[in-house]
Unconditional design. Structure first.
Length: 206
């Protein structure tokens, strides 16, 4: 089983963070280079919309830069950054839900969005297999968008971003037990939604 990342910055990154805290813009730009893809991917999954995801990701780094002088390293820089992104993404998702009681299933089918989403391994699959894989990814993303923002963030952070329970607890600001409960509920709702769309056992296993 792949080991999940530890909630601690390595020495090189810790040096970058400290230099950025002292006002070194180049050091902060290097931190952005380290995390921009992961943060953009996370908020894209949260929002299902390329333009909103880019705006939220950019705002995440703006707020992180402004708040860096107050960053004391109680959690890793990664966890702190995810917390900023998570709060912004949840606020954006709630605002959109207030504007519309339903999330359009077409939103995740924006032609430009696929590049923001994790791709399934190719494994030399033929055209039909690749098409089926892409269709499954779209269906899963649509099901994720039906979850409440709190459940959505936990399942994305754990299953798609690879954070540990402890890291997610720091990101969303709740106990580890609550993270596990939300993940259980999110998976149950996703399973139900996927079975409605694809039938029982959508993965095709026995």
């Amino acid at each position: 089983m792949k080991q999940r990342p530890r909630d601690r910055d390595g020495p090189d990154q810790a040096d970058l963070v400290e230099r950025a805290r002292q006002g070194d813009r180049r050091a902060f730009e290097q931190l952005v280079d380290l995390y921009d893809d992961r943060i953009l991917n996370y908020v894209a999954r949260m929002l299902g919309d390329r333009t909103d995801a880019q705006d939220v990701a950019q705002e995440t780094f703006v707020r992180a830069y402004e708040a860096l002088p107050s960053f004391r390293g109680a959690a890793s820089f990664q966890t702190w950054l995810y917390r900023i992104a998570s709060n912004l993404a949840i606020d954006t998702a709630r605002a959109r839900r207030r504007r519309s009681n339903t999330v359009s299933l077409q939103a995740s089918q924006d032609p430009g969005e696929d590049e923001l989403l994790p791709e399934l391994p190719d494994d030399r699959a033929g055209p039909e297999e690749r098409a089926l894989g892409e269709e499954l990814q779209r269906t899963v993303q649509q099901a994720i968008l039906q979850l409440s923002p709190k459940l959505r963030s936990v399942v994305i952070l754990y299953d798609l971003q690879g954070l540990s329970y402890e890291q997610i607890a720091r990101v969303v600001g709740c106990p580890v037990g609550t993270v596990k409960s939300r993940l259980f509920n999110a998976r149950a709702q996703l399973k139900e939604a996927l079975e409605r769309e694809l039938g029982p056992n959508p993965s095709g296993g026995s």
